[in-house]
Design a protein. Structure first.
Length: 185
């Protein structure tokens, strides 16, 4: 029940952010006309054309994990209520959440399948260690990452930031590269 509430809350937050961004773009357009002129459900070319992020070593010790991760220049790591967050600025270009403990990826998959707000469109990657999902909400496509990463004798749940802006598949692939770069200090 709590997970459903969190996903619902995240979905509402994303919808509000998306509506605010559309309102900023639309000026004084009629809302009905704006919705018919909205972008296609695929990522915008601008997001795909962005230069690849340059990854550098970032220490996570101060955020609660004795490790390093390859993250974009300018990324910061902090502890947020027991979750290590690695992000650049507001998280719109890069945002990872890392929790201690192995994720139950089959449960994560079921959660996506049952989500009525972020409707699962396709599972792009589904392995023992990685789940990459594509969802759609209000005509906006988003990609999500959940990965199991071994770090010494512990296992971590590394995932794309929740409640954050929508990410493209290219961004999610960068997130996965970063997650898989975790190394014990």
């Amino acid at each position: 029940m709590t997970k459903r509430f969190i996903f619902l809350l995240a979905g509402v937050f994303i919808a509000v952010v998306a509506c605010d961004k559309d309102a900023d773009k639309g000026g004084d357009k009629n809302p009905a006309a704006a919705s018919s002129e909205s972008a296609p459900a695929t990522p915008t070319p601008k997001a795909e054309e962005a230069a690849p992020l340059v990854l550098t070593a970032l220490t996570l010790t101060d955020a609660g994990i004795k490790a390093t991760i390859q993250a974009p220049e300018g990324a910061e790591a902090k502890d947020s209520y027991g979750t290590t967050e690695v992000k650049v600025g507001d998280g719109s270009t890069f945002f990872l959440q890392i929790d201690k403990g192995a994720p139950d990826l089959s449960a994560v998959k079921k959660t996506w399948q049952k989500n009525d707000m972020q409707k699962l469109q396709k599972l792009h990657v589904e392995t023992e260690d990685v789940l990459i999902a594509e969802t759609e909400m209000f005509g906006k496509t988003s990609f999500w990452l959940d990965a199991k990463v071994s770090l010494g004798d512990q296992v971590l749940h590394c995932k794309s930031g929740r409640g954050a802006p929508s990410y493209t598949r290219a961004q999610i692939d960068t997130f996965l590269t970063a997650c898989q770069s975790l190394k014990t200090l």
